[in-house]
Design a protein around this ligand. Structure first.
Ligand code: PMP
Length: 433
């Protein structure tokens, strides 16, 4: 009896204050919708083709080979073979010496790398500049750390000649960007190539950001998970390699994107020890380390890539080549039906303009939900095609700035992209007949 009455009295708020306003997550909702209704899922960003054989073979070897210690704990901050090869690899990319033990840390996906950054580097009252549109978790992660996100938009400048827009046509206004920096600014989050637009920031744009970081003594959290996925001969430039930036930048990467193994959840950070030492504190007090056996397989994958660096057989050369073809197919499909695509310079996403399809999906005046979100829900339920509304990549205050766009993922088998094309073609004919 006593036990029951005590339970009944449990009426105090159970939720920690830091969770206020961060409880909604668009992926939970859209992944469920896609699972329930989609025939073709171009929503969440993951490949539906297999990872490269050399990687799955490395995992099989790790699993069945003689070293049963690969089933046990490994070093907290990264399995030694993996941090060593990552250090070697990034020495090449950055042109500087790296210590595998202090300049590299392995995380549970890039997601946990981001979480460590915000927890370790952002304090109550700190401001963190986020460039919109952005990978949605930056905002709640800054808030959970007690920081205040400050948003600055990429603004579209459509080409005058009627050509399709490119992700390069979305640009920062230098004056507006500069106006967001103040003595309260602790960090800026940079994501190049950018999810969702596919924008690959140019040397000039990165130079501007770097200059402001140095001037205001601001850190840069550089999310480079799509570093190998750049097209049309574009170059991915690492902001850490610009003057004055190494010391204030944390580079984030993901084996999920790099080797088409999003389910393995292996990520990493590369940066100066003076920053990484604090990320290690968060890591050791939260997850401690991530699965040994997948770290071993990823290490072997990187050893192969190090040997084949820049050669045609390299996966980091082959994957973007294949994806560029897939991008072109999807761009063509979307353009054909009048869902104008913004041609991405990188990543495996295309954002498309749904304006010409609006008549099919009635607007609900004064609704709280942005139009693109309603459109994406209608599309998956009625056409079986899953995509993600662009408004999901904007802060609450700016969700209604761009509501005529949805994002498609093209890291998909040819058959999947063909099936998407069939749905779009059929829809177009229904509209016109
Ligand atoms: N950053 C960006 C920009 C992403 O798009 C993603 C995954 N969609 C992540 C980080 C998270 O990567 P991971 O799956 O390795 O946790």
């Amino acid at each position: 009896f006593l036990f029951h009455s005590l339970q009944a009295k449990m009426s105090r708020p159970v939720q920690a204050r830091r969770l206020e306003g961060v409880d909604k997550n668009i992926w939970v909702e859209f992944v469920k919708l896609a699972a329930t209704y989609s025939k073709v899922n171009l929503g969440q960003g993951f490949p539906d083709f297999p990872p490269p054989d050399f990687l799955t073979e490395a995992l099989t070897r790790a699993l069945g080979g003689g070293n049963h210690m690969l089933h046990q704990y490994t070093r907290a901050f990264g399995h030694p073979p993996l941090v060593k090869v990552l250090a070697q690899f990034f020495e090449k990319l950055l042109g500087r010496d790296l210590d595998p033990m202090t300049n590299v840390m392995v995380t549970v996906g890039a997601y946990q790398a981001l979480f460590c950054c915000f927890q370790a580097l952002v304090d109550e009252g700190d401001e963190v500049i986020i460039i919109e549109p952005f990978f949605d978790c930056y905002e709640p992660m800054v808030k959970m750390a007690g920081g205040t996100p400050v948003f600055v938009p990429l603004r579209p400048n459509p080409p005058k000649d009627g050509k399709l827009m490119s992700s390069a046509d979305w640009q920062l206004d230098p004056v507006e960007l500069a106006s967001k920096f103040s003595e309260r600014t602790k960090a800026i989050v940079l994501n190049s190539p950018n999810n969702p637009l596919g924008k690959v920031f140019s040397r000039g744009e990165l130079g501007l950001i770097a200059e402001l970081c140095v001037k205001h003594d601001v850190l840069c959290i550089s999310d480079e998970v799509y570093e190998w996925l750049v097209y049309d001969g574009k170059q991915h430039i690492r902001i850490a390699s610009l003057q004055g930036m190494w010391d204030r930048t944390v580079i984030i990467g993901s084996a999920g994107k790099t080797f088409s193994t999003t389910g393995w959840k292996v990520g990493w950070v590369v940066g100066p020890d003076r920053l990484l030492q604090h990320l290690r504190t968060v890591h050791q007090n939260s997850v401690y380390h991530c699965a040994t056996i997948v770290q071993e397989a990823v290490a072997q994958g990187f050893q192969r890539e190090l040997m084949l660096y820049g050669k045609p057989e390299s996966y980091f050369v082959q994957l973007p080549k294949e994806l560029q073809q897939k991008r072109d197919w999807l761009v063509q499909s979307l353009d054909d039906v009048g869902m104008k695509p913004i041609i991405p310079e990188g990543t495996y996403f295309v954002v498309a303009d749904i304006s010409q399809f609006k008549s099919d999906v009635p607007d609900v005046p004064n609704s709280d939900e942005p139009y693109d979100s309603r459109f994406a829900k209608w599309m998956v339920k009625n056409k079986g095609l899953a995509a993600i509304p662009l408004s999901a990549f904007y802060s609450e205050a700016h969700k209604n700035n761009y509501t005529n766009f949805i994002r498609f993922c093209f890291a998909k088998e040819e058959a999947t992209l063909k099936a998407a094309n069939d749905i779009l073609q059929k829809w177009k004919h229904e509209k016109t007949s």
